[in-house]
Write a protein that binds this ligand. Structure first.
Ligand SMILES: Nc1ncnc2c1ncn2[C@@H]1O[C@H](COP(=O)(O)OP(=O)(O)O)[C@@H](O)[C@H]1O
Ligand SMILES: [Mg+2]
Length: 232
């Protein structure tokens, strides 16, 4: 598998009145194309900070981060925005759908922002997540699980190289959460998308090809998961 990205001794320190908070304290790993990584750790361990650095929403205060062998821009909002638009898809815990736009319009808007408007693909993705009957409904007219599936379709609508999710099933009951993860995994496989999902829910490990555990800003374990039956 080809290397997609590499973090080398990444630090994200915050200066606070009470002293320096080391949200990330020397994190190193590589991710190859096609991996599905679950990032597990207790609250406050640095998961969101790491995801924000991976997506170039935030800049590390130390270390090296390369993506497809290029240095990821930092401390430069325009270059960081173009990096995100070109490479990153994001699924949020609270869906973040625009309430005044229909299901399909929510997806068309994201494609338009990335300069990749494609109504056919928008509909195909809604089929993929099982929402072909809902495309003209509004977010307020469908369930939480359905809204999260719209958010998944939206996050892959522009064919991101790397898909990120932060506690993306945190708002859903176990059954809905499993359905959403199954949809997500099959979308990643069909679209050949590399993914990193942050959670504190051990139950999601079964959807990963690799599990990285983090605590107090440091990686404490990093293991591949055998999914050979599924990956075949
Ligand atoms: N803007 C900030 N200023 C100061 N400390 C922060 C800031 N953002 C996060 N932190 C601290 O960094 C640590 C990691 O936070 P975070 O990445 O949000 O953890 P997690 O997502 O695992 O719950 C925590 O101790 C948190 O309080
Ligand atoms: Mg968090």
């Amino acid at each position: 598998m080809n290397k997609l990205l590499q973090m080398e001794n990444i630090e994200r320190h915050y200066e606070t009145p009470a002293g320096v908070v080391k949200a990330l304290d020397g994190v190193s790993f590589e991710i190859s194309e096609g991996e599905r990584v679950i990032l597990l750790g207790p609250s406050g361990s640095g998961k969101t900070t790491l995801l924000n650095c991976l997506s170039a929403l935030d800049s590390p205060t130390g270390g090296d981060y390369t993506f497809l062998d290029n240095e990821v821009p930092r401390n430069h909002s325009e270059k960081m925005t173009s990096f995100r638009r070109e490479n990153i898809g994001y699924v949020f815990q609270f869906f973040n759908l625009l309430q005044d736009l229909s299901v399909v319009e929510n997806i068309l808007l994201i494609q338009e922002l990335a300069g990749k408007k494609d109504p056919f693909r928008a509909k195909e993705l809604l089929k993929l997540v099982g929402l072909e009957a809902e495309i003209d409904r509004f977010p307020g007219e469908i369930s939480g699980g359905q809204q999260q599936r719209v958010a998944i379709a939206r996050s892959i609508a522009k064919r991101p190289t790397l898909l990120l999710g932060d506690e993306l099933t945190g708002n859903l009951d176990t059954e809905t959460s499993n359905k959403v993860m199954e949809v997500l995994v099959s979308a990643c496989q069909q679209e050949n998308i590399t993914a990193v999902f942050v959670t504190h829910d051990e139950g999601l490990v079964k959807y990963a090809t690799r599990v990285i555990r983090i605590d107090s800003g440091k990686i404490i374990s990093d293991e591949k998961i055998d999914n050979s039956d599924e990956e075949a």
